[in-house]
Design a protein around this ligand. Sequence first.
Ligand code: NAD
Length: 268
Amino acid sequence: MDINLNKQVAIVTGSSSGIGKGIAISLAKSGAIVIVNHSSEHSRPEAEETLKTIEENGGEGLIIQCDVSKEDQVLAMFQTTIDKYGTVDILINNAGLQQDASFVEMTLAQWQKVIDVNLTGQFLCSREAIKEFLKRGMTEKSKALGKIINISSVHETIPWAGHANYASSKGALRMLMQTLAQEYGKQKIRVNNICPGAIQTPINKSAWDNQKSLDALMTLIPYDRIGQPEDIGNLAVFLASDYSDYITGASIYVDGGMTTLESFADNG
Ligand code: NAD
């Protein structure tokens, strides 16, 4: 399938590393102009790496620093994008983090931080994207008025002990996605979730950086390999394109079969 996103403008939050970086590169290779978002001065060099790879592959992009949990910074990121490129066509809500603790030891700060970035960030960016889609109107570039793709997780459905804040943020993201798909379907805005299983990135380094952890991880993955950012990037390109024009309100799992719950393979 040869997908050409035809210079549609895509904001990819948290694309200085991991899955977001993979998606940014995949979208740019398919012809999108990509806003490489990163959260702080600290992540600037990594954002530059992402943009460098985009440009080396003949793509175009712009780095914008913005903490997605801060309303003023999100408004500024959208304004800068619109001032430079005229509009936004695709939003990839990827930025996310974990702050793990057993439930009784979880501080309010740990709870709040994860909800702020993983859920409020998606709310703020989606709201600004939808406002812009509605204001801009239809273009020749896509059958849809705009596309929003959230990077959720298998943990939007699989409970995760020791990660109540994270699992709650992803479960809520499913409802946010479905509600927006319902609310703006008539206006031809498509909203979907990609639900990764285990993808090899810094967020879950302890699960793959030694053989013992990797062996334990493989007991959860029928397809017997850890995922790579480009596994997610490939689906993001498809969901951003008109090939997926009838897909909205969906959660699509990219997990090597993790949601089949491999522990039940031997009779449970
Ligand atoms: P990562 O740590 O490599 O990337 C997270 C990105 O989010 C980083 O670029 C970070 O700078 C950015 N970020 C964090 N806080 C931010 C903020 N306030 N504003 C803007 N950006 C911010 O991890 P990753 O694995 O690439 O995670 C990306 C997304 O994928 C997350 O939403 C995560 O929950 C989800 N996910 C990852 C996996 C996995 O196995 N790696 C599985 C399921 C879901």
